[in-house]
Design a protein around this ligand. Sequence first.
Ligand SMILES: C[S@@+](CC[C@H](N)C(=O)[O-])C[C@H]1O[C@@H](n2cnc3c(N)ncnc32)[C@H](O)[C@@H]1O
Length: 268
Amino acid sequence: MDDPEAVLESGGRQSTRRVLVVGVGSGDPDHLTVGAVRALNRADVLFLMEKGDEDPLAVHRLRLLESALEPGARPRVVTRRVDRVAGPSPGSATGYEADRRAWRARRIAVYADLIAQLAPGETGAFLVWGDPSLFDGTLAVLDELVSRDLPAFTVEVLPGVTSVAALAARHGTSLHDVGESVTFTTGRRLRDEGWPSGATSVVVMADAGDTLAGLDDDLRVWWGAFLGLPGERVLHGRLGDCRDDIARARLECRVAEGWLFDTYLLRR
Ligand SMILES: C[S@@+](CC[C@H](N)C(=O)[O-])C[C@H]1O[C@@H](n2cnc3c(N)ncnc32)[C@H](O)[C@@H]1O
């Protein structure tokens, strides 16, 4: 907050309300940065966003908060639910787009309402899973709100340990060879669009399907589920040799936990 470089002024107006976007890591309390812990302790209000009735991340977020908050810190905690809304035909690309747009509109309305509740001089913190720069819409939503007729606010981002860093660390590997590039994509894109042209290293997130089934046996894969969370599983090898093990492990995770968060690195 004290570093003007780190603060984006909202609408160029004089601002007294502060919004922190705090990357809280992907589950392991040891991955909370010192900066994130300080930010959570100086916030007046913590904004917790949940998807659906029983957001499986809610309990893990609370566990992270318990380990971060100092005994004297008593921020108000405001929890809001923003469900994904099913589009006209969820299986299709247009259905997916409609769904995504509707969800984003709901998030914009809810975030606006939350920020409007901050009193002058107050600091509110949005907790973001992993790091806000990777597959997370919080910054885009706040960007959109900057132009709205809200009380002025500043935004400060506290980076977090992304699940991709947790995956690489858990396997003791880097994401790419020296001088090479790495592509980040989703399971849906890899399934629909195929292997990204020219890519040698591909990180895949948010894979709700059976993407590995359609890929070349000779790829190497570094896979991790529930990294830093109870029930963590990791596997590594030639895809042709460990595809079935990964499929079985994914199924076991779903049965044991009722949900699944996994990320993997593929390399030619
Ligand atoms: C909406 S994205 C959010 C990513 C997050 N911003 C980050 O930096 O990791 C959710 C996806 O992140 C990955 N992910 C998040 N936490 C994870 C974890 N603890 N273990 C494995 N994958 C995780 C999964 O691919 C999941 O589908």
